[in-house]
Design a protein around this ligand. Structure first.
Ligand code: EPU
Length: 444
């Protein structure tokens, strides 16, 4: 996938980029952003990364040709495509429609080389065990900001009767016959809920999952599975009851809008004092972010299918604590911190989902922010203005925070390693340029 500014629209098969080309493009790009321009206009929100990935994995549950619409063109959806191809699926992506033929899936291995670049590859574990009774999936390892364990996925699959072993860094299951069970999560986990939901859909008997994640991505996954013949009760509540069925039909689904991309654009309007209308988004999925932005002085008008936001002259300080949905999303924590770094007053941002997701802090400080870390909380004393500096992206949302800060900073900021950004935002640089930002993609 070529996401360079000025590249032609993506319409041919987007999964046809060789790993060498992708690696080259991903490691070499940087963004140059000249701050100080108010963003104005309308922008279309893409499909949600975190909704697309589990639905792509769910195609393994049923043999046949699956059609997924509104799939975002991202490094991560391409990685999931490659994981599926590795298993024997035929994957094509054209004009945001992803066609996945899982008729001839024969392999059950998700290799380390792919899984290490995207932890969400673990979503193939449940479908592989459920349909083939076998899986060999690399353990994801740590990530840029901490360990991010997968114990809940493993414990849940074992509770469903899978005798999983860890073998040379791989999760291995053989001759597995999944049976329904009662599972109560000690921690709310998006990924473990999704993985077990997919596994339980084809397990023998009834499974009850308690303390499940309520993120719209998971609700959407459950609804997709139901449309394919799964029997799931309690969708939208903390307890899901799944009556296993013998088989599912292929998926024909539209991926929901990306609430984190939308909220990132709202923060861009807020930090530049701009005025944006976000098209093709769902206000109800971002209520917590909208309320917090209103606390900083933004005026927000949610309407069916779109949200309009006007940023204040200068944002006000506010305190933010992340929590599982419907709480304030950890995936907006870094971006909110960028905004609060120029707020009038002192704010505190606490992350209760990932206690150490703060790699963006030293980079924001390089741009002139005054942020002090105390455990899983950051105390931000708002400064009048940020100043451009060379900075480095460290993960998807940290990169987005640096882009936002650069939009408000005096001078030209150079953000290196933006392959992180390309994992989760479809052409963010182009979309921002269309809204009036001075942003340029260059070779680092
Ligand atoms: N956790 C465990 N054990 C597990 C799984 C999770 O202890 O087996 C803990 C985690 O360490 C964390 C908490 O549970 O403290 C919640 O993690 P969760 O499992 O919900 O996270 P995830 O499924 O790995 C998804 C998103 C993340 C997002 C989190 C939290 C996808 C593909 N990823 O990850 O998105 O931050 O939920 O909302 O859906 C991003 O898009 O930038 C991103 C990191």
């Amino acid at each position: 996938m070529d996401v360079r500014a000025g590249a032609p629209p993506l319409s041919s098969s987007d999964f046809a980029v060789t790993p060498a080309e992708a690696a080259d493009a991903r490691t070499m790009d940087a963004l140059l952003i000249e701050g100080g321009r108010k963003l104005e206009g309308r922008v279309a929100i893409s499909g949600a990364k975190n909704a697309a990935l589990p639905v792509m994995a769910a195609t393994l549950l049923a043999p046949g040709v699956h059609t997924l619409r509104n799939v975002p063109l991202l490094a991560d959806t391409r990685t999931m495509g490659k994981v599926l191809e590795q298993l024997g699926a035929k994957v094509e992506l054209q004009d945001h429609v992803c066609t996945i033929d899982t008729s001839r899936v024969t392999a059950v291995e998700a290799p380390y080389d792919l899984v290490k670049t995207m932890r969400a590859s673990i979503y193939v574990l449940g479908p592989l065990l459920a349909r083939f009774g076998a899986a060999r999936v690399s353990l994801p390892g740590g990530c840029a900001w901490g360990p991010r364990p997968v114990n809940l996925h493993l414990e849940g699959m074992r509770a469903l009767g899978a005798d999983l072993q860890i073998d040379h860094g791989y999760i291995v299951g053989k001759d597995v016959r999944l049976r329904g069970a009662e599972i109560r999560f000690g921690t709310v986990s998006v990924g473990a809920t999704g993985n077990l939901l997919m596994a339980a859909a084809l397990a023998q008997g009834t499974t009850a999952l308690d303390q499940v994640a309520l993120e719209p991505d998971i609700t959407a996954l459950a609804e997709v599975l139901v449309a394919c013949g799964a029997r799931i009760e309690g969708i939208g509540t903390r307890r899901l009851v799944i009556h296993g069925v013998a088989s599912l039909t292929p998926i024909d689904a539209t991926i929901i809008p990306d609430r984190i991309e939308a909220a990132t654009f709202m923060a861009a309007a807020a930090i530049t004092g701009g005025h944006l209308t976000l098209e093709r988004c769902e206000g109800a999925h971002m209520a917590a972010a909208i309320h917090t932005l209103e606390d900083t002085g933004c005026s927000v008008l949610p309407e069916p299918g779109e949200v309009t936001i006007t940023g204040p002259r200068r944002p006000r300080a506010t305190d933010v604590t992340t929590a599982p949905f419907p709480g304030f999303p950890t995936d907006m924590q870094a971006q909110m911190m960028a905004l609060l770094s120029i707020a009038a007053g002192t704010s505190q941002v606490t992350d209760t989902v990932y206690l150490d997701r703060f790699t963006h802090v030293p980079e924001l400080v390089r741009l002139g922010a005054d942020i002090r870390l105390e455990g899983n909380a950051a105390v931000i004393r708002g400064v009048e203005r940020l100043q451009a500096a060379p900075v480095m992206a460290t993960d998807i949302r940290a990169s987005a925070a640096l882009v936002l800060a650069a939009l408000a900073a005096e001078g030209e900021t150079r953000i290196s390693r933006i392959y992180h950004l390309d994992r989760g935002y479809e052409r963010l640089d182009l979309k921002l340029a269309q809204l009036g930002a001075r942003v340029q993609r260059v070779r680092d």
